[in-house]
Design a protein around this ligand. Structure first.
Ligand code: HEM
Length: 688
C-alpha cells in the first residue's frame, strides 16, 4: 500500500465508496465544512503536481487515491477550469455522468486522461482521473474581483490503468480489469465487482435508465441519437469498425462515413450526412420547422440533430425540461452562441445575458414587476389602449373594411409597453394608423437572426445594416401574438366568455347600463367605455374561463415556440440522452403542447375545459406547460401579460363578432417568436 494508512481504521479496511456516497457523505460535507465520516481524503491542489507524484500525497489507498482539490478558472471570466499541471495537462474524455441519490440529482462525475506535454501535441498517458462535482458547486463560490477560483472543492479519484496498453479497445480493459478487484463501485447500490476501467466507462453509460453497462463507442459505431420513452438505444453499424494496427486506430474514411449514414437511413430521427449532419433535412423543412419537430418528438421525446459545427438536442419530456431549466440550470445558460446570434436584436438586455449581468437585471426587474403601483397603472393603460383598439374596429366595421388583427395587436402592445415602461405616448394605434417602421424592422431582424441557428455561413453572409439599437423585448411581440391566435382558436367560445363577464358584472356591480344605439358610433363607444370600467385587476382575476381560453391557446400556440440553451459541460439528461459541451439543448413548447404523452389523447384539440376544475382554473406543471419558460428564468411578465390579454379579449369579445376573411392563409413564419406569415385578416361586426 502506498501513502499513509489512516490510523482510525483497523488493518484490512479498504475505501471503495460508490459515486453517490462520495458526493453525499464526503464532497458535500467538505463543501459545507461539516465533519466527514472518516478523514482519509486530504486537501491537495492536484494541478500543482503530476499524477505520479500524487500517491505519496494521499493518506490512504492502494491503486487509487482520493483528493479534495480546488479548481481554478482557465480565463478570468470563463467557466472552463484550468487543467494544466507541471509537465502536462488533464483532458476530459467521454461524457459526464449525472449522479443521483434516489431520484435527486446531486452531482456530476467527469472522466479525464492525463497527457504529457502541451496541447495539442500532448502524449496520452495511463493516468486517469474521476472528478466529482456537486450539482450546485459553483454557487459555493462568491465571485470576488480578480479571483480565479471556479468551485470551492471537487473530489478526485486518481488511478493508473494497468495491464493494458494505450489506445487498446475499452472492451479489453473491461475484460482484464474485471478480474482484478472484487469491490463495489456502483452508485445504484447494486454491488458489482469493482473495476476502475469499467467505472471509467460508466461515465459513458446511461445513467437515466439505471443501466450501468459499458458502452464502447468506437469509430465506426454510431453513438445513440434518439431516445424513445426514456429508453436509450444505440445502433451498432456493422462492418464499419475501424481497422486497428497495433496502437494506431485509423480514422474513418469518407466512404465509410457515407456508408455509415446510409446505414442510418431507416432510423426514426432526421437523416444525417457526413460533415453537414442533419442540416439538409432541417433546411428543407425550415419553413415548417415547428411541425417537423412535432413529428419527431411525438415518436422520440428527445431528438438529436447533428449540425456542421454543433449538435442541437430538442426535448419535449417534462423530466428533461426540468433538468435543463431548473435542476442543472447552471449548466444551461443562454450561452455564447445564442448571444452572438441575437446580439443585434436583443443587445445586452435580460433576454440575452447570463451570469452576474443577468442576475442583477433580474433582481431589479423583479422588484418593478412586484409593485402594486405598476400593476394599477398597467391596468389603466391596458384598458385605455383596448378601448382605442375597439374604436378602430368599430370604424372599420362601419366601413365594412377588413383589418389585420396581428398588426393591430402589435401596435396596441407597443404603445402600451412604452406608456407603462417609459411613460411615453408613441401613438402607433392612432385612428389613422401611422407607419410603424420600428415594428417592421423588428420583424425583419428577427426573421434573419432566427435563420442563423441553422445557417452555418451566416457570419460570412452577414450584411445587416439596420440600426444596432434595434432593441426590443421579445415580450412585446409575445403579447401581441397570443391574443391573435386566441382569435383563431377561441371564436366559438366568445359567447361563453361574454355571458360569464356579464353575469359577474350584474351580480357584483348594481349599475344601470347605458343604452346605446347600434348604429351610432358615439353611443356605442360610450357603452364600451362604461363596460371596460368594470374590468379591474380583481374582476378580471375571477374570469377563469377566459384565463383557460388564453392558456389553452398558449399551450397550442406558445409565443416562444422553441427556446435553445447552451451547454457548458457534458451532461446526461434524465432520459439518458448525452449532451456535449458546446452544443445546444432546446425545449420546444410548440411540440410539448401537442404531445399525447404530455396531455392525453385529446392533446391536439383546443379544449379550455382541461384547465378548469369545479369552475376554477387549475395550473399545470411549468415544466409541462412551458409557454412562459420555467425555473429561475421563468417569464417575469406573465401576470402582466395575462392582465392585458384578458382586458383586451373581454372588451373585444363583448362588442364584436369576427370572421376570418375567406381563404386567408393561417400560417406561421419562422421567427424566434410565433408570428403569422400573412397577418390575421378579419372582418369585425359590432354586437348589440
Ligand atoms: C403571452 C405573453 C408572454 C409569453 C408567452 C412570454 C414568454 C416568455 C418566455 C418563454 C421567456 C423566456 C425567454 C428566453 O429564454 O429568452 C420569457 C422571459 C421573459 N419575459 Fe416573457 N412572455 C410574455 C410576456 C411578457 C411581458 C408582457 C413581459 C414584460 C412586460 C415579459 C417579460 C419577460 C422578461 C423580463 C423575461 C426574461 C426573464 C429572464 O431571463 O430572467 N414577458 N417570457
Amino acid at each position: 500500500m502506498q501513502g499513509k494508512t489512516s490510523s482510525d481504521l483497523p488493518p484490512g479496511f479498504r475505501f471503495h465508496p460508490t459515486d453517490e456516497e462520495l458526493i453525499i457523505y464526503y464532497l458535500r460535507n467538505q463543501a459545507t465544512s461539516r465533519p466527514l465520516p472518516v478523514s482519509i481524503i486530504p486537501e491537495v491542489d492536484i494541478y500543482k503536481f503530476d499524477p505520479w507524484q500524487l500517491p505519496e500525497k494521499a493518506e490512504f489507498g492502494e491503486n487509487e487515491w482520493y483528493f479534495f482539490t480546488p479548481r481554478d478558472r482557465k480565463y478570468p471570466n470563463g467557466v472552463r477550469p484550468n487543467r494544466a499541471t507541471v509537465s502536462g495537462y488533464w483532458k476530459a474524455t467521454g461524457t459526464d455522468k449525472a449522479i443521483y441519490s434516489g431520484s435527486k440529482y446531486v452531482g456530476v462525475k467527469k472522466a479525464l486522461v492525463f497527457y504529457k506535454g502541451r496541447p495539442p501535441k500532448g502524449i496520452k498517458s495511463d493516468w486517469i482521473m474521476h472528478e466529482y462535482r456537486l450539482n450546485d458547486s459553483r454557487k459555493q463560490v462568491k465571485q470576488q474581483n480578480g479571483s480565479m477560483r471556479l468551485d470551492d472543492w471537487v473530489l478526485c479519484r486518481i488511478y493508473k490503468k494497468r495491464n493494458i496498453g494505450r489506445n487498446l479497445e475499452e472492451k479489453v480493459e473491461i475484460t482484464n480489469t474485471q478480474l482484478e478487484k472484487p469491490v463495489a463501485n456502483d452508485a445504484t447500490s447494486k454491488r458489482q465487482p469493482y473495476n476502475p476501467s469499467l467505472d471509467f466507462q460508466n461515465v459513458m453509460s446511461n445513467a437515466g435508465t439505471g443501466t450501468d453497462h459499458a458502452e464502447n463507442f468506437q469509430l465506426g459505431e454510431m453513438a445513440t441519437h434518439y431516445t424513445n420513452s426514456g429508453k436509450f438505444q444505440h445502433h451498432i453499424v456493422k462492418n464499419l469498425e475501424p481497422k486497428s494496427h497495433g496502437n494506431k486506430v485509423e480514422s474513418v474514411n469518407t466512404m465509410d462515413c457515407i456508408l455509415l449514414r446510409w446505414n442510418q437511413r431507416n432510423k426514426k430521427g432526421p437523416k444525417t450526412w457526413p460533415i453537414v449532419g442533419a442540416a439538409i433535412e432541417q433546411l428543407v423543412n425550415y419553413e415548417r420547422m415547428h411541425d417537423w419537430l412535432v413529428e419527431y418528438l411525438s415518436k422520440l421525446r428527445t431528438v438529436v440533430v447533428p449540425m456542421p459545427f454543433t449538435t442541437y438536442t430538442y426535448i419535449a419530456d417534462p423530466a428533461n425540461v426540468e433538468h435543463v431549466l431548473k435542476t442543472n440550470f447552471a449548466n444551461y445558460p443562454k450561452g455564447d452562441t445564442y448571444h452572438s446570434y441575437m446580439e443585434v436584436l436583443l443587445g445586452e438586455g435580460i433576454f440575452n445575458v447570463d451570469g452576474e449581468v443577468w442576475r442583477k437585471q433580474r433582481k431589479t426587474a423583479s422588484f418593478e414587476f412586484a409593485s402594486k403601483n405598476l400593476r394599477d397603472f398597467s391596468t389603466r393603460v391596458f384598458r385605455e389602449y383596448s378601448l382605442k383598439l375597439s374604436s378602430i374596429l368599430s370604424h372599420a366595421s362601419s366601413n365594412n373594411q377588413e383589418v389585420d388583427m396581428q398588426e393591430l395587436f402589435m401596435r396596441m402592445t407597443l404603445d402600451s409597453i412604452c406608456k407603462v415602461g417609459f411613460g411615453v405616448e408613441i401613438g402607433t394605434l392612432a385612428p389613422n394608423l401611422p407607419d410603424n417602421c420600428f415594428a417592421q424592422a423588428f420583424d425583419t431582424a428577427n426573421i434573419i437572426v432566427t435563420l442563423r441557428f441553422i445557417d452555418p455561413l451566416w457570419k460570412i453572409k452577414n450584411s445587416l445594416t439596420w440600426d444596432q439599437k434595434l432593441y426590443l423585448t421579445r415580450a412585446l411581440k409575445s403579447l401581441m401574438i397570443s391574443p391573435t391566435l386566441s382569435f383563431v382558436e377561441g371564436k366559438q367560445k366568445w359567447e361563453k366568455l361574454e355571458s360569464a363577464i356579464i353575469a359577474r358584472r350584474a351580480k357584483e356591480e348594481s349599475v344601470t347600463l347605458l343604452q346605446f344605439d347600434f348604429d351610432d358610433l358615439e353611443s356605442f363607444t360610450q357603452r364600451a367605455v362604461q363596460y371596460a370600467g368594470f374590468l379591474t385587476y380583481d374582476s378580471l382575476g375571477k374570469l377563469y374561463y377566459l384565463h383557460a381560453v388564453i392558456t389553452e391557446t398558449l399551450r397550442l400556440y406558445p409565443a416562444v415556440p422553441q427556446d435553445p440553451k447552451g451547454i457548458l459541460e457534458d451532461d446526461i439528461l434524465p432520459d439518458g440522452t448525452k449532451v456535449k459541451a458546446g452544443g445546444m439543448v432546446t425545449y420546444v413548447p410548440y411540440s410539448m403542447g401537442r404531445m399525447e404523452y404530455n396531455w392525453g389523447s385529446d392533446a391536439a384539440s383546443f379544449k379550455p375545459e382541461r384547465w378548469l376544475k369545479d369552475g376554477f382554473f387549475q395550473n399545470a406543471s411549468p415544466f409541462k406547460f412551458t409557454a412562459f419558460q420555467a425555473g429561475p428564468r421563468i417569464c417575469l411578465g406573465k401576470d402582466s401579460a395575462y392582465l392585458q390579454m384578458k382586458m383586451t379579449l373581454a372588451i373585444l369579445c363583448r362588442f364584436f363578432k369576427f370572421d376570418l376573411v375567406p381563404n386567408h392563409p393561417v400560417q406561421y413564419r419562422m421567427m424566434t417568436i410565433l408570428s403569422m406569415a400573412h397577418g390575421l385578416k378579419l372582418r369585425a361586426s359590432r354586437l348589440s
